[in-house]
Design a protein around this ligand. Structure first.
Ligand code: URA
Length: 307
C-alpha cells in the first residue's frame, strides 16, 4: 500500500512540476485514498497536492492515479486543509548603513521575530531565511524548506540540496560562492510531519517582502528560479504557466533577470539525460549571463553521445 501511495505522490509531484495545478478526483476516489492513508496511520493531508476542486480553465483529463482507488462508501475528506487567510505582508526594513552581510542579518532578525512566520512554524523547528555569500552574483530561489531544512534552519540541505550543490559545482562555482533562499520562509504546515506540500499563493505573498529585501541587498546579476512554484511566487501566480513553456524565455524581478528551471527534486524523480540536459542548459544560460567561462566539456554535458 505504501508503494502505491508513493507512486501516486511521485506522479502528482511530476505532474505539478509540469505545470498541472489541479487534479480532479471524484468523491469516491478521494474517500478511498483517505481510507488508505488513514490505515497507514498518516493524515490524508500528507497526500497533498491532491485537491478536490474543479479546474478553472482548459480542464485536462483526470490522470489515472486517482482512478486506481476504487469507490468506497466512506464520506469524502478534502486531502488538503483550507488555505489559511493571511494578514498583510510585512513591511521589511533594510538598514541604510552596513555591509550586505549586516543588512541581511538585520532582515533575518526581523523575520525571526515575525509573529506570523512563527505562528506557522512546526514545534521545535526553524524558519529558513537563506544561506550563502551576500556578494553572490546569483540568487537561487527555491520553493520552501522541507524536513531537513526546517530542522537545520538552512535551505537546500536535504537530497534536493545535495543535487543542487552538484549542479552548482559543475559550473565551477561552489555553494560558498552563491546565495540560496526560498520563496517561503517556513515549511508549509501539514497535520503530520510526513511529506511536503507546495506553499499557497497567500503564503508566498506574505513571505515575498523578505525575498525582495534579500534581492535588494544582494543585488545579484541573475536569479535562478528553481521550479514552477518559485517562478509563480516571484512573477505572480499563473495557474496556466508551465515550466516546459517558459524555460528559455526572459523574465525579470525587481530589475534582475530571472532564469526559470526545473526544481532539483524533479531531477531526483525524473533523472533522464533529457531532463538533466534541460536543467544544465538553463545553468549554461546562467553562466553566460554572469560572463563565466564555459569549456567545450561543460557545453556538452548530458548531450546524447554521437554514434
Ligand atoms: N526544496 C526547496 O525548494 N527548498 C529547500 O530549501 C529544500 C527543498
Amino acid at each position: 500500500m505504501r508503494d502505491a501511495l508513493e507512486v501516486l505522490l511521485d506522479t502528482l509531484h511530476a505532474l505539478k512540476e509540469d505545470g498541472l495545478e489541479r487534479v480532479v478526483a471524484d468523491d469516491a476516489s478521494l474517500a478511498q485514498l483517505h481510507a488508505a492513508v488513514k490505515a497507514m496511520g498518516l493524515s490524508a493531508a500528507a497526500t497533498a497536492p491532491v485537491r478536490n476542486e474543479a479546474p478553472k480553465a482548459a480542464p485536462r483529463p483526470s490522470p489515472a492515479p486517482a482512478a486506481t482507488f476504487p469507490s468506497a462508501s466512506a464520506p469524502a475528506t478534502p486531502a488538503r486543509p483550507p488555505a489559511p487567510s493571511f494578514p498583510k505582508p510585512p513591511t521589511v526594513k533594510i538598514p541604510a548603513e552596513g555591509s550586505k552581510a549586516e543588512k541581511l542579518a538585520a532582515v533575518a532578525a526581523q523575520m525571526q521575530a515575525d509573529p506570523v512566520c512563527n505562528k506557522h512554524l512546526h514545534a521545535g523547528k526553524n524558519l529558513v531565511f537563506g544561506d550563502g555569500n551576500p556578494e553572490s552574483p546569483v540568487f537561487f530561489c527555491g520553493e520552501a524548506p522541507g524536513a531537513e531544512e526546517e530542522t537545520q534552519g538552512i535551505p537546500f540541505v536535504g537530497p534536493a540540496g545535495q543535487l543542487l550543490d552538484k549542479i552548482i559545482g559543475a559550473t565551477g562555482l561552489s555553494r560558498r560562492d552563491v546565495y540560496i533562499g526560498n520563496i517561503m520562509k517556513w515549511r508549509p504546515e501539514l497535520p503530520t510531519l510526513v511529506g511536503n506540500r507546495p506553499p499557497t499563493p497567500e503564503e508566498m505573498a506574505y513571505c515575498l517582502p523578505y525575498v525582495v529585501a534579500q534581492i535588494e541587498i544582494i543585488q545579484p546579476k541573475v536569479i535562478v528560479a528553481l521550479g514552477l512554484t518559485a517562478v509563480n511566487g516571484l512573477l505572480g501566480h499563473d495557474p496556466d504557466r508551465k515550466m516546459g513553456a517558459i524555460r528559455g524565455k526572459q523574465f525579470s524581478f525587481h530589475g534582475v533577470p530571472v532564469i526559470p528551471t526545473y526544481h532539483p527534486s524533479y531531477l531526483l524523480r525524473n533523472g533522464t539525460a533529457k531532463s538533466k540536459r534541460m536543467v544544465w542548459e538553463d545553468f549554461l544560460v546562467m553562466m553566460q549571463t554572469l560572463g563565466m567561462p564555459i569549456s567545450d566539456k561543460q557545453r556538452g554535458y548530458f548531450l546524447p553521445k554521437s554514434a
